[in-house]
Write a new protein. Structure first.
Lengths: 262, 296
């Protein structure tokens, strides 16, 4: 019993550690004082101000567009690559996976700098497209690594059966393979979207002066003090994702698939 | 941030799985990888070559090793040493915190393990810069901790702008990357193996040392890399929690680029890459099947 209590207590401590800053940020979004370190009473003022603040809304718009486009393109390229890698022989497959791992294991600062140097060397103006390209680059591996396990679970005979029954490869892909690997493709897209949303370092180096994402906007405000509207915005985003995840979790818990094992 | 490495850690495989064929074998599917290969060549391989080029040349295109040698400058050397120390300390703290947590989570037999993963990952949905800034609120002289200590009539702590605050920021930001790989490996350990050990007379400690610990090693190793590399190279955490006086190697590099010293900055990045390569090499030793660096 004592052991049980300690285990609960330990989990509790870690959760407090992980969630304390988030609670602070949510509290700050309702703080009527502009200063981060003073509590001036409860207000919803910043939530109203948020939608009037053009520069924050612009940054949000840029962030979401880049996250969506980079996740989408990465999902297409990554899913195709995963299918190809999956049917490769061992050696080329090992090489491909090693290359896939580079952006994941490499430090963000090195990835960011190297991409920036490439764009500069090509005399390509840093801006929206350079950020988009960089985000696609670090997003593809997430998609590949999410899709691969689903491909391994696939029954190869269904695809062959579809071909034998006269389906074209493309038709067979969309009707037989894609539905089976879809959870992996979706996870990949979702992860890619998140990674893009949360990235600061790589965006910082590849964005140039003309655009701002939320992360880079926050970074420029670190020294002079964060605008409270930002707290309001991130609280909204956090709550949205929390609700989304709860809904998804409920759903997948309802129709839980039996675990497929070979 | 690199979640997938964490979500998908290589599990100890059973023999059955090993022998099972997993080749989908779609005929002529090789061309499907061409866009990817082109993309990776263009935006991963070539940029790395470019950074090597910048790191080894001067402004007027002469080859030099001065950029790399600038790591020997006492200020840079101190920044590197401090970064190594702090990231090592935070990696160890993460490991010490995460392993028992992963063991407890495994025992808890939650029906839905994605729920656990979700709880640990969820904080990442609030911007990483903001979460780190929130720690200023907690650690400040007039912050949450000190207000609390005052209530208890205890002396106040001065944590903010010390190396300790940076370690705390690193542990906070990267702890999930240690917990999840270890947890993922632990839940995939076959219960029969553990039961067999117990049946054969091993006590709890022996089972842990001889069965659980060795089998969880791939998760531990990938956790260590996932915490060590970002801690070593961060400039944001030290910027926000360390004040302006504490300089890590990441800060030095960022500063070089900010003032336009690209060649020196690239040279120093090359030095950093040596440490990253060492971690990658260690990681790949645990990936005998070539399935993705023990992250899979």
């Amino acid at each position: 019993m004592v052991k049980r209590f300690f285990e609960r207590f330990y989990i509790g401590l870690i959760l407090v550690f992980l969630y304390a800053p988030i609670i602070i940020l949510i509290v700050l979004s309702f703080n009527s004082s502009k200063s981060r370190s003073k509590w001036g009473g409860f207000t919803l003022h910043w939530y109203k101000e948020l939608f009037k603040n053009q520069s924050i809304m612009n940054a949000l718009y840029t962030t979401l567009i880049i996250a969506f486009l980079s996740a989408l393109i990465a999902t297409i390229i990554g899913t195709a690559a995963a299918i190809a890698i999956n049917s490769m022989k061992k050696t080329p497959r090992t090489i491909m996976i090693a290359i896939t791992n580079i952006p994941m294991l490499n430090a963000d600062i090195v990835t960011g700098i190297s991409l920036m140097l490439l764009f500069v060397a090509l005399r390509y103006t840093l801006g929206f497209t350079s950020v988009l390209i960089s985000h696609i680059t670090f997003n593809i591996p997430y998609v590949i690594l999410s899709v691969m396990p689903k491909l391994k679970q696939l029954n190869p005979h269904t695809y062959e059966a579809a071909l034998d029954l006269g389906a074209s490869p493309v038709y067979a892909f969309f009707r037989v393979i894609l539905p089976d690997i879809f959870p992996g493709v979706f996870t990949g897209f979702f992860l890619a979207f998140t990674m893009s949303l949360d990235d600061f370092v790589i965006t910082h180096f590849t964005k140039g002066p003309s655009i701002n994402t939320l992360s880079t906007k926050i970074y420029t405000e670190v020294r002079k003090g964060i605008k409270p509207e930002i707290y309001a915005l991130s609280t909204l985003m956090f709550i949205t994702v929390l609700l989304l995840l709860i809904i998804i979790n409920r759903r997948s818990a309802d129709k839980k698939e039996p675990v497929r094992r070979l | 941030m690199k979640i997938i490495n964490v979500l998908n850690t290589k599990a100890p495989k059973s023999n059955l799985q090993k022998n099972g064929t997993h080749n989908l074998g779609i005929r002529n599917s090789k061309w499907l990888s061409f866009p990817y290969i082109l993309w990776m060549a263009g935006f991963i391989i070539i940029p790395l070559i470019v950074i090597v080029y910048y790191g080894m040349t001067t402004n007027d295109k002469r080859i030099t090793i001065d950029n790399i040698a600038s790591i020997l400058n006492p200020i840079n050397l101190r920044a590197l040493r401090l970064a190594l120390e702090l990231s090592l300390i935070s990696t160890i703290i993460c490991l010490v915190l995460a392993y028992p947590l992963a063991i407890i989570l495994r025992k808890s037999k939650m029906k839905n393990n994605s729920f656990i993963v979700m709880i640990i990952i969820l904080p990442m949905w609030m911007n990483f810069l903001l979460r780190t800034i929130a720690w200023q609120n907690i650690l400040e002289r007039t912050g949450v901790i000190n207000v609390f200590l005052k209530l208890l009539n205890l002396p106040s702590l001065n944590i903010i702008n010390t190396p300790g605050a940076i370690v705390l920021g690193m542990v906070y930001n990267f702890l999930p990357f240690m917990v999840l790989p270890i947890y993922n490996v632990l839940i995939k350990i076959d219960k029969d193996v553990i039961n067999a050990a117990r049946d054969l007379g091993a006590n709890g400690m022996q089972t842990f040392m001889k069965i659980i610990l060795p089998l969880s090693l791939p998760g531990v190793i990938s956790g260590i890399t996932m915490v060590f590399v970002p801690s070593l190279t961060t400039f944001v955490i030290s910027n926000i929690l360390g004040g302006s006086k504490i300089v890590l190697i990441g800060n030095v590099i960022e500063q070089q680029f900010r003032v336009g010293n690209w060649h020196t900055g690239s040279g120093l990045s090359l030095v950093l890459m040596i440490f990253i390569l060492i971690s990658m090499a260690i990681l790949s030793k645990y990936d005998k099947e070539g399935e993705g660096s023990g992250l899979w």
